[in-house]
Design a protein around this ligand. Structure first.
Ligand code: F6P
Length: 357
């Protein structure tokens, strides 16, 4: 039997661990593994791929990124915007299917986020033997409690906050850290809580900066002169307000990202020196944490198990320490957002973190 695997969408710590899991488990069954390069693009004739043997996976567990390459562009890019999905054109699907048929691929493992798994679902409905593996640092996929990559991203946020705290305390400043997460606030919430943030601003919880400013002033009055603020990139300024920022280079007035916006307004409201940092793609890079290595590997092993059973159209999932699977359909097109009244938000509030609401 021959099984194919591809990584699609943005890179994510732990992708190589999934490859390791798939290759290891498939090899035990005597199967051949074909790794398609650069996401779905590798499926297009004549096919861009490499045969993956166990020796090819030596040392890859600790590597960030993916040895197969990935893309969120190209002929198969399904996602236009949140919840706005375009089907992959029929002629592209048919072309790629020829590669699958000619190479006698009996199962195709797609490691991807919402957009890539939506494409996977389309291909499954067109008769392809698809198995999905959820991948995103944002942790926003439905039907799985966690995706690999999230823990690594949170760890990077924590490291960033530890470093920013040095300047915050030394200079009695407010330090704002903008983190990734697309439309969801999971990275901000978990990273902020673990990193000792005093304020966490999420897309899911409307906030006012006046409340945050009052909180910062109160901290000052209590002798806590530094404040760490984490803001999710998907958070919005209250009432769509946007603050004009001076540009240091051109002298032109410009509008910054949410982190800069929040910092500028907080400085004006509190009179405290405030700085903003955007963590950006640092959150996607570097070695995966041990949790993500194990989760990725287990996901890969489960994908092979599903292939062995012929359980196609399913996505590997994780629930309460247990790796399982669910129909892909349950996972896509409904982002899993932070619940404003959920237990983790309540815990953040219980320890005195301000959410600005
Ligand atoms: O979905 C993962 C993610 O890193 C988001 O957190 C972020 O908004 C986006 O991808 C960035 O995408 P790109 O690398 O295409 O700029």
């Amino acid at each position: 039997m021959r099984i194919g695997i591809l990584n699609s969408g943005g890179d994510c710590p732990g992708l190589n661990a999934v490859i390791h899991g798939v290759v290891g488990a498939a090899h035990q069954l005597g199967w051949e593994v074909i790794g398609f390069k650069d996401g779905f693009e590798g499926l297009l004739p004549p096919g861009d791929f490499r045969v993956l043997k166990p020796e090819d996976t030596i040392g890859i567990l600790k590597l960030g990124g993916t040895i197969l390459g990935s893309t969120n562009k190209g002929h198969f890019a399904a996602k236009i915007g949140a919840g706005d999905v375009a089907e992959v054109p029929r002629e592209i699907v048919d072309k790629a299917k020829r590669t699958i048929d000619q190479m006698e691929i009996s199962a195709l493992v797609i490691v991807g986020g919402d957009g890539s798994l939506t494409t996977g679902l389309q291909l499954f409905k067109a008769g392809w033997p698809i198995i999905g593996v959820p991948k995103t640092i944002d942790n926003d996929l439905s039907a799985t409690a966690m995706t690999f990559g999230f823990d690594s991203a949170v760890t990077t946020v924590v490291d960033g906050l530890d470093r920013l705290n040095t300047t915050a305390e030394s200079h009695k400043r407010v330090m704002v850290l903008e983190v990734m997460g697309r439309h969801a606030g999971w990275i901000a919430l978990w990273g902020g809580m673990a990193g000792g943030a005093n304020v966490i601003l999420l897309p899911e919880i409307p906030f006012t900066l006046e409340k945050v400013a009052a909180f910062i002033k109160q901290r000052d009055a209590q002798g806590h002169h530094s404040t760490l603020v984490v803001v999710a990139e998907g958070a919005h300024m209250p009432d769509g307000e946007q603050v004009a920022l001076d540009s240091n280079c051109s002298g032109e007035i410009r509008l910054g990202g949410i982190g800069e916006q929040v910092a500028s307004k907080l400085q004006a409201l509190t009179g405290k020196e405030t700085r903003s940092t955007t963590l950006g793609h640092l959150q996607r890079g570097g070695a995966p944490t041990s949790f993500d290595r194990i989760l990725g590997m287990r996901f890969g092993v489960m994908a092979v198990k599903l292939a062995e059973e012929g359980s196609f159209g399913r996505m590997v999932s994780y629930e309460a320490y247990h790796v399982d699977s669910v129909p892909i359909e349950e996972a896509v097109n409904k982002l899993r957002l932070v619940e404003p009244d959920g237990e983790v938000v309540q815990a953040a509030k219980a320890v005195g973190i301000c959410l600005g609401d």
